[in-house]
Ligand binder design. Structure first.
Ligand SMILES: C[S@@+](CC[C@H](N)C(=O)[O-])C[C@H]1O[C@@H](n2cnc3c(N)ncnc32)[C@H](O)[C@@H]1O
Length: 219
């Protein structure tokens, strides 16, 4: 298994749809995603299931999956190449460094499906929806750009809503899916399928961080 991880990690360096954040060339973002078009980004994309599904749905839009785990990222990148998907790219990077690699105001939508909940209090700053992360995302989002969070963890939802309020953002939409709900349209990663099988509710929230442009839901 460790050997397979090493091989995948090595292969990643040569995949044309992978950018390695440790040595990304200057201007890679414009070169890869186009100089002006806003991009849709998935944070903590793991095996890239969400990024791939979004890219298949919207061929005219650019998608970027970000994760620090190269072996997981390999799966998404390999599938995109095999399927001939030319609008899905993957960036291997700790999300803490995202603002060093993505120009300001270029992300139209930021997806965070099933992030690690990190339940211990001392881990809270590492949650991908902490105020520290949200402040970083705000600079990268387009005017009116939004954040989409999906999780089975009610405590993480409460934490995220509080964090959004802390940075002056606003909740735009909220939906709680019961395990029995059938939503043909929903993209489901392995995590979501597992949680649904376990009978867990799936919470979905959409936030804006800039002063609200749309009518928000009171928190
Ligand atoms: C629970 S998995 C979810 C994967 C995917 N979103 C899905 O639904 O299948 C969380 C992912 O976030 C990544 N991750 C967590 N914190 C990160 C960070 N600070 N920087 C980069 N990746 C991170 C992990 O490596 C892992 O692949």
């Amino acid at each position: 298994m460790a050997r397979q991880k090493q091989l995948r990690f090595a292969a990643l360096q040569h995949m044309p749809n992978v950018i390695d954040g440790t040595g990304s060339p200057a201007g890679w973002f414009d070169h890869t995603c186009g100089a002006t078009t806003p991009v849709v980004v998935e944070l903590g994309c793991g095996r890239g299931e969400y990024t791939l599904a979004l890219a298949r749905r919207s061929p005219g839009q650019m998608f970027l999956g970000v994760d620090r785990n190269g072996a997981r990222l390999w799966n998404g990148a390999r599938t995109a190449l095999d399927a001939g998907l030319t609008n899905a790219f993957f960036l291997r990077l700790p999300i803490e460094q995202l603002a060093d690699h993505v120009p300001r105001g270029r992300i139209a939508e930021l997806w965070i499906p099933f992030p690690d909940p990190l339940p211990k209090r001392r881990q809270s700053q590492h949650r991908l929806v902490s105020p520290e992360f949200l402040r970083q995302y705000r600079a990268l989002l387009t005017r009116g750009g939004s954040i989409r969070l999906k999780t089975d963890d009610a405590r993480l939802i409460a934490f995220a809503e509080h964090a959004v309020r802390t940075v002056g953002g606003q909740l735009i939409t909220a939906s709680d899916h019961r395990p029995t709900d059938h939503d043909e349209e929903a993209i489901q990663t392995a995590y979501e399928r597992k949680y649904r099988r376990q009978g867990r509710t799936i919470y979905e929230r959409q936030f804006v961080l800039a002063p609200a442009l749309a009518a928000g839901v009171a928190l």
